[in-house]
Design a protein around this ligand. Structure first.
Ligand code: B12
Ligand code: SF4
Length: 440
């Protein structure tokens, strides 16, 4: 190994994106791995969404990240580098929940967060003692991580490179979500002063918090938001809607420069919560209105396909969303990810259709729903999206947020994505039909 060893970090892509790639974010996962890498290493990040990956370069180590839908592509890439004798480390959500599967394609697998184990792994590599698994187990309620190395992304065309996390984990444990299996039952925040110092180092305004639930602990979120007031940032993030039960928190959110917040909604008829319940004190519609009235865009997501969802769920949800009027409704097909309680349950019940991970992306049906067929679930999802983004639905949402040009723009962009997509591939719901595949 050379004096200045070389590390290549890769974000795999499953399909090519056209002009939309200009609106993508860089991988914070890889950027945090880079930040945890001792400075004698030369680090290169390749994001397949943005650029073509070359398999020819000379590297001492390749690190690849993978969410579930990226896993097969990650394994292809790993196999090719390993054929050349270059050691590969796999990490991220999917290798964390299925480390043995990932280990078949890697010299080492990082289970959990990189920061606590990464320098040790690199040391072992240099000493010829690389182990197969490196596991980090989060504890306590404090998160101490280095600032992301944004300079490695200089010159790249992303929506913004100002992406960070204030916290990791979530206080809830929804049965369909990978977050708690990934982080364990911990919810840790960084020191507010460290976050604010990182934010002050930013030159642009547009900033994205990639927390699972940045407002999940209002007591810890409050000093961060308070410190952001007056910084001139325009930021977005995601949270559970419960925070909006406190009107003061909503005012603070807007004052801190938040321009958009992504929230998960309980399903239309309230029969099956797909997110922790907001308390009975205020209906979701009131909470959404409370946020929207401050000018913050509310993107609200619903999931179709729970066991109590019949074919009427699509129509009921669209009507319900007309009442709630989030700025941007988002629809997902329930996807039981490996590692979740839901996956284990459906597996036990013999309801998983296949484990072609490239199809595990919330836009395809990979299990047998209880009260409808996979095709009915798929088509109901398609129709609900189309209806919610018809011109009349967009118009009616706009009437409730007059003067919000940015909101209209988001709606038009989303409509373009929905109406411009190819829907008639049986592979989206039929396991015997060919899958949309992975990049070669
Ligand atoms: C930001 C984000 C995105 C961004 C990703 C942008 C980007 N370039 O990375 C966007 C918006 C594109 C996105 C899209 C999707 N996402 Co997303 N996303 C997230 C989110 C909120 C944060 C991820 C993140 O950056 N975290 C910050 C980093 C620092 O943490 P980390 O990823 O855990 O990385 C650490 C460790 O895992 C490890 N690690 C990670 N990679 C590697 C690599 C190596 C080599 C090593 C050593 C270690 C290592 O070290 C890191 C530092 O400690 C997560 C929620 C979450 N908690 O992860 C969901 C999440 C990852 N997304 C999820 C999903 C489902 C999706 C979508 C499929 C949803 C959809 N259909 O819209 C799409 C996929 C679209 C596509 N085709 O690409 C799921 C993944 C479930 C799963 N099992 O795969 C999550 C967990 C959300 C959830 N609650 O379910 N997402
Ligand atoms: S509240 Fe959201 S992030 Fe937290 S466990 Fe539930 S789905 Fe996952």
């Amino acid at each position: 190994m050379s004096v200045s060893p070389r590390l290549l970090l890769i974000y795999p892509a499953t399909h090519t994106l056209g002009w939309v790639k200009r609106f993508q974010l860089p991988s914070l996962a890889l950027n945090q791995v880079a930040a945890a890498t001792p400075r004698e290493w030369q680090v290169t990040i390749v994001d397949e969404v943005q650029e073509k990956l070359s398999f020819d370069g000379h590297y001492d180590l390749v690190g690849i990240t993978a969410m579930t839908h990226q896993a097969l592509r990650a394994y292809q890439i790993a196999d090719r580098f390993r054929e050349r004798g270059i050691p590969v480390v796999l990490g991220g959500i999917h290798p964390t929940v299925l480390p043995d599967e990932a280990a078949a394609h890697a010299d080492a697998v990082v289970i959990g967060e990189a920061e606590p184990v990464w320098a040790g792994l690199l040391g072992d590599l240099r000493n010829g003692k690389l182990e197969k698994f490196y596991r980090s187990v989060p504890t306590g309620d404090k998160l101490e991580i280095p600032w992301a190395r944004r300079e490695l992304l200089a010159g790249r065309k992303y929506l913004t490179t100002q992406a960070l996390q204030a916290s990791r984990g979530c206080p809830y444990d929804c049965p369909f979500c990978t977050v708690t299996p990934h982080f364990g039952r911990t919810f840790r925040y960084r020191d507010p002063e460290d976050i604010l110092a990182e934010l002050r180092s930013y030159q642009g305004k547009l900033t994205v918090f990639l927390d699972d639930n940045i407002l999940g602990d209002p007591l810890k979120a409050r000093p961060i938001l308070t410190g952001m007031v007056g910084m001139g940032l325009r930021w977005g993030g995601q949270a559970n809607l419960r925070f909006a039960e406190d009107p003061e928190m909503v005012r603070l959110l807007a004052a801190s420069g938040c321009i958009g917040i992504f929230v998960g909604l309980e399903s239309a008829d309230g029969l099956h919560a797909n997110h922790p319940k907001t308390s009975g004190s205020s209906a979701q519609a009131d909470l959404i209105k409370r946020i929207r009235d401050t000018g913050v865009v509310v993107e609200a997501s619903v999931i179709f396909g729970f066991d109590d969802h019949d074919q009427g769920i699509f129509e009921r949800t669209v009507r319900y969303l007309e009442k709630c009027a989030p700025s941007l409704p988002t629809f997902h097909i329930l996807t039981p990810y490996p590692g979740t309680a839901l996956f284990d349950q459906f597996q036990r019940e013999g309801r998983m259709l296949h484990t072609d991970w490239s199809r595990y992306d919330h836009g395809q049906v990979v299990y047998r729903p209880r009260l409808m067929s996979p095709e009915q679930l798929y088509r109901g999802w398609v129709d609900a999206r189309r209806e919610a983004y018809s011109w009349s639905s967009i118009g009616s949402r706009m009437m409730r947020s007059p003067g919000k040009t940015v909101n209209l723009l988001y709606n038009i962009l989303r409509r373009g994505g929905i109406y411009g997509r190819e829907y008639d591939q049986a592979g989206f719901y039929d396991p015997s039909a060919p899958s949309s595949g992975v990049l070669q």
